[in-house]
Write a protein that binds this ligand. Structure first.
Ligand SMILES: Nc1ncnc2c1ncn2[C@@H]1O[C@H](COP(=O)(O)OP(=O)(O)O)[C@@H](O)[C@H]1O
Ligand SMILES: [Mg+2]
Length: 219
């Protein structure tokens, strides 16, 4: 698993590191999404974040952007009362006030925050756009990973897609249907750098597993 995420990470970092010749605008803003719940967005977000945090000179901010069904904190066994939504609602609150340190030096976590009936609208707001701009600029040596909601179950990923440098789209082996993948990809097509990750593949045969990750190019 660690080796596979190392390979995934290398591809994504190519477009995210200030020193890379392949750097793209907002390349350090990376959303993880999929078609439906349960396909492995949170699992892959955490593993990718841990893999990137193991690089000595990189820092990672892992954001719980699945505001309707936040899972990140329980998956990491931590608790917090404020987060992203509170920053969007309360002008006096800054991202830095909500960031949680972890026992891994260069990994911080931004919780989703308090449940809010207009959470999706808040993620689509001008304030969120400004926040993302600030994140990309202020933390340009930092990779910001957004553990997002499923594309076919909420409108937030479609809205966020335009503001992300990259998207890692999780496809569950033997479960996610191709038609759903195509439909979901069309809804997030405002982002030009979408990579697909085949998750929960049971095929263990040698090198082929490493080939499970490939890039999706818009035609
Ligand atoms: N590659 C994997 N190997 C083992 N378990 C996985 C893998 N990907 C996901 N899971 C498990 O599947 C369940 C759903 O994954 P999760 O990341 O919570 O999905 P999502 O965030 O897309 O709703 C969780 O119990 C998670 O631990
Ligand atoms: Mg999740």
């Amino acid at each position: 698993m660690a080796e596979e995420f190392r390979i995934v990470k290398r591809q994504l970092l190519r477009k995210a590191l200030p020193s890379s010749p392949d750097l793209i605008p907002n390349g350090n803003l990376l959303m993880v999404t999929s078609t439906q719940p349960g396909e492995g967005k949170t699992f892959c977000s955490i593993n990718l974040a841990l893999s990137i945090a193991s690089e000595r000179d990189l820092t990672v901010m892992l954001v719980d952007a699945d505001v309707a069904r936040p899972q990140l904190l329980s998956a990491l066994d931590i608790e917090a009362d404020k987060g992203l939504i509170d920053v969007l609602v309360d002008d006096r609150l800054d991202v830095a006030d909500c960031l949680l340190r972890t026992n891994i030096d260069n990994l911080t976590v931004l919780p989703a925050g308090r449940p809010h009936p207009g959470a999706t609208e808040l993620l689509s707001s001008e304030k969120m756009t400004a926040l993302l701009k600030e994140m990309a600029r202020r933390y340009h040596d930092r990779i910001v990973i957004f553990d997002s909601s499923p594309v076919l179950a909420s409108s937030a990923p479609g809205v966020l897609a335009a503001r992300m440098g990259q998207i890692m789209f999780v496809v569950e082996a033997d479960r996610t249907r191709e038609t759903q993948v195509m439909e979901a990809l069309s809804l997030i097509s405002d982002c030009r750098n979408i990579s697909l990750l085949l998750n929960k593949s049971r095929f263990m045969g040698g090198k082929v597993r490493f080939g499970s990750y490939y890039e999706y190019y818009r035609s």
